[in-house]
Each structure stands twice: as structure tokens, then as C-alpha cells.
Write a protein that binds this ligand. Structure first.
Ligand code: TGC
Ligand code: FAD
Length: 392
């Protein structure tokens, strides 16, 4: 079993920008990851299994619905606390953070924002406690970056809707109790439906053979004439802006989460470089390794400041979707570059499961693709600054 000696880098004293509540929430998540995630995660990833035993712990540290009001079972925290929880969880593993992101921002958030009071009361407390797990179906086999082209659809049959279509690459699908499914009505307008496991014609086959995010379960959602009760449609927002609004919240969480993965890689590489002796001195004393480490801490510090400022803007209700895209894109690229450099600092040991770096590196290949690819976020920035969309 790997010993977790993680020391969080804070080169610019960013702790001084945090409130006592932020630090309490962050430290509780950090301790929980050390105690409950680090000892088991490498084995889970090697076996390609989501460790269901951690669901209760994720709920206890407030990772399911951190910013959902307490009356619905959420933790009632602000956006910076939410970000810090994501950072700490992804320090352990991006796949575990994925589970928390999906549950909070892609399942609880739409029910809270777009659902009826009955839907909130029925689902949110159970999702917050982990009694129910959820997934979010937007991507389809032929519509990934362009979800507006989706073909999954439902027809009004009087006393129910009839849902047909398929979603793929869906995190948590294989074990989810509820799925937030985005589908078009007979007029081509997108709506969100709450589909429950057990509904006839609904199946969730698992996607195997992944080299990335192996400790997260991924699957398809298949709808073959599924009868969905009318009260399961979320009525308060429709159109593509509804799922994209959920993505804003999840992408913001990823901007923080990626910092966690990067911090873990940097901390591991720094410790290893100080201990590893070649040519009669620690490799940390060589200019080439110092360049790598110095650039890593510089990039982590820039990403921390960006995430913190974005959190302040979100707390004030002022963050734009384009600002969130910039932070997701920058911070995930920063993390994947650091993982690649850190792996080299460890030489051959860098590819071993004794260290977390290679697992982070492979995980980040998914993180740079999901929730909008690296290219799509660049195009969102391009559109924002020029006013001209370049998607087509
Ligand atoms: P476009 O015409 O630009 O916009 C359509 C409507 O949506 C509004 N909108 C947004 N609303 C809220 N938040 C945002 N970020 C928004 N972006 C756009 C927009 O104002 C418009 O509203 P209205 O009222 O005028 O109709 O749409 P488009 O079809 O040109 O597409 C734009 C584009 C390419 C940026 C968008 O489609 C996009 O972001 N594509 C990427 C798809 C994506 O991110 N998929 C993620 C799937 S979920 C996932 O990956 C989960 S991984 C989970 C995990 O494990 O952590
Ligand atoms: P495509 O859209 O086919 O893109 C392929 C390439 O073309 C990319 O490099 C892309 O950047 C580029 N490209 C596309 N359009 C343009 C353009 N206009 N200009 C220039 N380049 C372009 N989805 C969900 O709905 N729910 C989930 O829970 C979920 N979880 C996921 C978990 C994992 C592990 C993975 C890998 C994916 C997950 N996804 C999920 C799907 C994810 O959001 C999509 O993979 C992503 O949006 C990209 O879609 P795509 O894979 O179809 O790639």
C-alpha cells in the first residue's frame, strides 16, 4: 500500500485569501482523501473498478451538492469551498472527482435549478447522502462537441412521454439510480428528463477497455421506447442553454480539480528529486530537474490564482461562461503538462503504480476531452473576444 506524504504547495500564500470556513472544508477533504482514497485508488484503477465503498465518505465531506442549500440536503457552501473540495478529491484521483462533479453539478444542479419543488424534495436529499447516484446524458455517438445536433427524442403520448435514442461516454451510468437525460421534443426543443433505473426499455451497458479514468465507471444509456412519467420532465428551462448551464458549474469545478492532480504530481516529483541520487548528488541539484520543478510551481501558482478569482466572480454571480471555459482549458492543460514532466523526473519509476503520476497523466487525457474539449474551449474564448463563432 502506498504511503501518502502529500504536502500541498502554496507558493503565493493563497491560504491568506481563504476564510476559516474554506480552510476547514478543504482540510477535512484533504484528510479524508489521505485516509480513504489514497490507500485504495491505485488498486481500483488497476482493476478498472469504481470503489463504491467511498460513496458514503464523499457525502460526508460535502462533495455531493456542496453549494445546494441545506434544506435539500446539500452543504450550503460557497463556490470557493466547492472548488477546494474538487481540488482535494482530484488530488486523489480525477475519476473520483468525476463522480462528485456529475452528482453535484450535472444531476443535483439541474434538479435544483430547473426542477419542480416535488422533484427537488424527491431526489436532492437522497443524492446528497449518496443513497441515490446519478448520471448526465448529453453526449451521443454522433454528437459530442455539437450536442445541439442530438437525435434522442421523446413524444407526448397523453399520460406519459415515450423516449428513444442513445447516449455514450456517460460517467457513473453503469450504477446510476437516476439519469438526467437531454432529449428533443416533437418540435426539436431540448428538455431535461429524469429517467430512473428500472424503467422498462432503459439499459446502461458499461464501456470497457479504457486506459484513462479507470477508477470511474463509464457507460451508455439506451432508451428503447421508455415510458417516462410526465412529472419527470424538468419544466423550468429548455433549449441547449439548459445542459450548458450545468456544464458551467462542472467546468468550474474541473478548473479547481485539475490543480489537485497537478499538486500531487509536483509534490511527488519534488520529493523524489531530493531523495534520488545520481552522479553522487540528488537529481534535484541539477539544473535540468530544477527547471522542470520551478516551472511546475509557477504554473500551479498561476492556476491557483485564476481559480480563486473565478470563484470570487462566481460567488458574486458575475462569472461568464467564457471565463469558466478559459480556466477549465488553462488549468487542465497545466495539469497534464505537469504530469508529463513529473513522470520524467521519476525516470523508470514514473511509470510504476507505486506512484500516482502515471495514473493522473492518463486520467487527465479524459479531463482535457470531457466537459468540452481543449479545442472547443479555445473556440469559446475566440468567439467571446471576436464576436464571431468559428465552430462551423
Ligand atoms: P450556441 O448557439 O452557442 O448556444 C445555444 C444556447 O446555449 C446558450 N449557451 C450557454 N448557456 C449556458 N452556459 C453556457 N456555457 C452556454 N453556452 C451557450 C446560448 O446562449 C444559447 O442560448 P439561446 O437562449 O440563445 O438558445 O450553441 P452551439 O450549438 O453553437 O454550441 C456551442 C458550443 C460548441 C460551445 C457547445 O455546444 C459546447 O459547449 N460543446 C461542448 C459539449 C460539451 O461540453 N459536452 C460535455 C458533455 S457532459 C460531460 O462531458 C461530462 S464529463 C463528467 C465528468 O465525468 O466529470
Ligand atoms: P468530437 O466532438 O468528435 O471531437 C473530436 C475532435 O474534433 C476533438 O479534438 C475536438 O476538439 C475536435 N473538434 C470538434 N469540433 C470541432 C470544431 N468545430 N473545430 C475544431 N475542432 C473540433 N458526456 C456526457 O454527456 N456525460 C458524461 O458523463 C460524460 N462523461 C465522459 C467520461 C469520459 C471518460 C469521456 C472520455 C467522455 C465523457 N463524456 C460525457 C463525453 C465528452 O463530453 C465528449 O467526449 C466530448 O464532449 C467530445 O466529444 P467527442 O468525443 O464526440 O469528440
Amino acid at each position: 500500500m502506498r504511503t501518502d506524504n502529500f504536502q500541498a504547495p502554496d507558493y503565493y500564500n493563497i491560504d491568506e485569501l481563504l476564510t476559516d470556513e474554506h480552510k476547514i472544508v478543504r482540510d477535512a477533504a484533504r484528510e479524508w482523501v489521505k485516509r480513504e482514497v489514497s490507500p485504495i485508488i491505485e488498486d481500483a484503477a488497476q482493476k478498472a473498478e469504481f470503489p463504491k465503498s467511498i460513496i458514503g465518505g464523499l457525502a460526508e465531506i460535502g462533495a455531493f451538492g456542496p453549494y445546494i442549500p441545506e434544506e435539500y440536503g446539500g452543504a450550503g457552501l460557497d463556490q470557493i469551498s466547492y472548488g477546494l473540495i474538487m481540488q482535494e478529491i482530484e488530488r486523489g484521483d480525477s475519476g473520483v472527482r468525476s463522480t462528485a462533479s456529475v452528482q453535484s453539478s450535472l444531476v443535483m444542479y439541474p434538479i435544483y435549478q430547473y426542477g419542480t419543488e416535488e422533484q427537488r424534495k424527491k431526489y436532492l436529499p437522497k443524492l446528497a447522502s449518496g443513497e441515490f447516484m446519478g448520471c448526465f446524458g448529453l453526449t451521443e455517438p454522433d454528437h459530442g462537441s455539437n450536442p445541439g445536433g442530438m437525435t434522442t427524442n421523446f413524444k407526448d403520448k397523453g399520460d406519459h412521454y415515450l423516449l428513444n435514442g442513445a447516449k455514450m461516454w456517460i460517467s457513473n451510468a453503469p450504477f446510476a439510480d437516476v439519469a438526467i437525460v437531454w432529449a428533443k421534443d416533437e418540435n426539436g426543443r431540448i428538455h431535461g428528463l429524469i429517467v430512473e433505473r428500472g424503467m422498462e426499455g432503459f439499459s446502461t451497458p458499461e464501456t470497457h477497455n479504457k486506459w484513462s479514468l479507470r477508477a470511474s465507471a463509464t457507460g451508455e444509456l439506451i432508451f428503447d421506447n421508455v415510458k417516462v412519467p410526465k412529472e419527470n420532465l424538468m419544466p423550468n428551462k429548455s433549449g441547449l442553454g439548459a445542459p450548458l448551464g450545468c456544464l458551467d458549474s462542472a467546468r468550474y469545478g474541473i478548473a479547481w480539480g485539475a490543480i489537485g492532480a497537478a499538486m500531487d504530481c509536483y509534490d511527488t516529483a519534488l520529493r523524489y528529486a531530493k531523495e534520488r541520487v545520481q552522479f553522487d548528488k540528488p537529481i534535484a541539484g541539477t539544473q535540468l530537474q530544477q527547471k522542470k520543478l520551478a516551472e511546475m510551481i509557477t504554473e500551479i501558482t498561476k492556476a491557483q490564482l485564476m481559480a480563486w478569482r473565478l470563484g470570487v466572480l462566481r460567488n458574486e454571480g458575475k462569472a461568464t461562461s467564457a471565463q469558466i471555459s478559459m480556466a477549465k482549458r488553462n488549468n487542465v492543460e497545466m495539469a497534464i503538462n505537469i504530469a508529463r514532466e513529473a513522470r520524467q523526473v521519476l525516470g523508470g519509476m514514473g511509470i510504476s503504480g507505486e506512484y500516482s503520476i502515471m495514473r493522473h497523466m492518463m486520467n487527465l487525457e479524459s479531463v482535457i476531452t470531457y466537459e468540452g474539449t481543449h479545442d472547443i474551449h479555445l473556440l469559446i474564448t475566440g468567439m467571446d473576444i471576436t464576436g464571431i463563432p468559428a465552430f462551423q
